[in-house]
Design a protein around this ligand. Structure first.
Ligand code: ACO
Length: 323
């Protein structure tokens, strides 16, 4: 038996307000047909101005705790993956901890753009396996619509707001029991210029807006993500056919389809939310997990493969046997 991280609950939250492609076509030179054909996106959610990202994170976290049947008292680690923190410091996780009524344990943010959830699961699992945490909340939460240049139609149509959360607990498990099996994370900063925000607290003093060389990002995405999945399967002793559910970062349906084709995964095993949520960056994977667990697709014992690529460039994947 070995101490591993086990998923105990999942929750998601998207703001009520919806912006359809037609809504965007009313304010910029674009069309529903162009957006759907290039990205698979039909709409995105947008938070009202009074909500901070910690508010979205708390809503998702509460649902995940309820799903787990656990109280905040049992959580000794809160990690928030976000590129849109409430403030430059303290960590948004500190606000989340307070809003959830906790005064114990550790709370910190990680910022790896769209790969934040995949990196977060790698970090949280390792902390649980090493005995540094027993009960963890991993939350991906983003207000991506606040990082957009609404004059730039090539990025403004691609992103949305939302949050998703996982509750993970330490468990003494046999090799074939539910657990986070393994993760693979990579980065290559020489490609940072392909996808970044034009500002930062330590440079311009503002958050900036998203700049992306779409075609180049697309080219790297399919190759890097396929490499991450194949390496992770290989090092963990599994094969493509062992995957029951493919839960990718929901950036773009064409990237997701391209990866699935390249690694030989049948489309019916893919969980897709990109049409309804657009790209919610670090929130997209836990939001998709939440949907597929609640609609009964992902069941206990199922093998789940996640993946993401984003600014950095950063990329990675997680292999989970679901609880
Ligand atoms: N509506 C209408 N026309 C548009 C729009 C728009 N919203 N945006 C760009 N166009 C136009 C361009 O101006 C260009 O016109 P031109 O030929 O007259 O110059 C034309 O469409 C083609 O532009 P491209 O940028 O070459 O379009 P492309 O087919 O590459 O699609 C896209 C753009 C969707 C961004 C694509 O490159 C892509 O999928 N990239 C992947 C990047 C991605 O999804 N990133 C998300 C963040 S990173 C991540 O999470 C992986």
């Amino acid at each position: 038996m070995t101490i591993k991280a086990r998923v105990r609950g999942v929750g998601g939250y998207v703001p009520e307000k919806i912006l359809s492609n037609d809504d965007l076509a009313a304010i910029m030179d674009t069309s529903d047909a162009w957006i759907v054909s290039r990205s698979g996106i039909r709409q995105r959610h947008q938070a009202d101005a009074e909500l901070n990202v910690s508010d979205l994170a708390v809503r998702a976290a509460k649902k995940a705790l309820e799903h787990a049947g656990m109280s905040i008292a049992e959580i000794d680690l809160i990690v928030v993956a976000t590129s849109t923190p409430d403030h430059t410091f303290p960590a948004t996780a500190a606000y989340v901890q307070h809003k959830l009524g906790s005064t114990h344990g550790a709370a910190f943010d990680i910022q790896v753009a769209c790969s934040g959830f995949v990196y977060g699961l790698s970090v949280v699992s390792a902390m649980i396996e090493s005995g540094q945490a027993k009960g963890a909340l991993l939350i991906g939460a983003e207000l991506m619509t606040r990082l957009l240049d609404w004059e730039d139609r090539s990025t403004a149509v691609l992103f949305g707001d939302g949050a998703g959360a996982l509750v993970l607990c330490a468990d003494d498990v046999a090799p074939d029991a539910p657990q986070v099996i393994n993760s693979y994370i990579r980065s290559d900063g020489q490609f940072a210029k392909l996808l970044y925000t034009t500002g930062g607290a330590g440079s311009t003093g503002t958050a900036g807006t998203i700049y992306m060389e779409g075609r180049e990002v697309y080219r790297h995405a399919v190759t890097n993500i396929a490499e991450a999945i194949c390496t992770l399967l290989d090092t963990s002793g599994f094969e493509i056919d062992d995957i029951d559910w493919f839960v990718p970062h929901q950036a773009n349906k064409r990237i997701i389809d391209g990866v699935a084709r390249k690694i030989g995964l049948p489309p019916e095993k893919t969980v897709l939310t990109v049409a309804d949520h657009a790209n919610t960056s670090a929130a997209s994977i836990p939001l998709a997990l939440d949907m597929a667990v609640r609609d009964g697709r992902i069941k206990p014992g199922d093998m789940v493969m996640t993946e993401a690529m984003g600014g950095g460039l950063s990329w990675g994947a997680n292999l989970i046997r679901w609880s």
